[in-house]
Ligand binder design. Sequence first.
Ligand SMILES: [Ca+2]
Length: 197
Amino acid sequence: MFRNDKGITLTEIVVVIGITGLIIESLFLFINQGYKSWRTARDQATAQENARSALDKIVEEIREIQPSGPGGASIDSAENNSFIFYSNIDIDSDIERVRYFLEGTDFKKGVIEPVTNVNTQEITYPTANETKYLKAHYVRNIDLFSYYDKDNQQIGNDQKSNITEVHIKIVVDYDTNQPPGAITLETDANLRNKSLL
Ligand SMILES: [Ca+2]
């Protein structure tokens, strides 16, 4: 049988290499699993943070809901998975049409600036002009919005002009098959202009 100077057999060398390989592989798997868990936790935290800041912004915008113009509506549509309203959401004095909605598991915001007809002074919000923004990823629920009147009764789209408060709930889960579990974020937003009536 082949022997080297120190008297180790080829079989022994092969076994040592094999064992070393197994150890390295296990170590790699262990580190890789740790990295995956860390990455999932990080992405879950980011998703949660994005959803939280989206909620904070919505509350501000809902507070400032107002008619799009003289005799105009304040709320266009009040569905479970979308909410369309008018509010001055930026620094200019124009009132924007704001739409929050779900697209798959993405929570998005659409904004339309008003267009004034120079001849008739009529204000319109052409849907083709809508600018969309992604506000939160990995949203797992579809019952995001619920609506209440001044008596705290839950109402629907058919009574949208009576809405004085909106409850918003966002369930975020980066990976539904892996821990950490889903996080539910909830908040209430009051229509300030309606509460004053
Ligand atoms: Ca504005």
